[in-house]
Design a protein around this ligand. Sequence first.
Ligand SMILES: [Zn+2]
Length: 194
Amino acid sequence: MAQLFFKYGAMNSGKTIEILKVAHNYEEQNKPVVLMTSGIDTRDGVGVVSSRIGLKREAIPIFEDTDVFEVIQKMDHKPYCVLIDEAQFLKKKHVIEFTRIVDELNIPVMAFGLKNDFRNELFEGSKYLLLYADKIEEMKTICWFCHKKAMMNLHYIDGKPVYEGDQVQIGGNEAYYPVCRKHYFHPLMITEGE
Ligand SMILES: [Zn+2]
């Protein structure tokens, strides 16, 4: 039976690389997959899954009014797996649509994303994936400042940590850092050029 997976991790925990790896593994066995990503992440243009080590591929963008279930159901050739990047930015309705892809079309869905935003609140997409996923897995990375596990994402603006503001502020590597709980509350200076 197909399942809904949610794999979450802090910034730089290798989520996108994992998506590209899973896609590659399926395709090596001639099993096509579908890649989708949030339409609000425009860092590399809409509809691109891209990792910080430079690998990238095209993906179907998911906008607020996209019915993800319908997109997959209408396909002439059903994919063996649906892979979702930046799932934190999705809405509750998208997560419910994922469950229908799994339960009605019997296609596994693997969603990847951040769990908590820089204010340390749950993103909407992540909240409902935590509630509806069959399998939940943490992807680990270490704190920017020490060797503990990074649990949170620290947001810097002009070299200063920020804990308030709009949830969605798409930034590059220069603005967000994976940190442990201690360094979330007591961050160190970020040096120039990092
Ligand atoms: Zn730390």
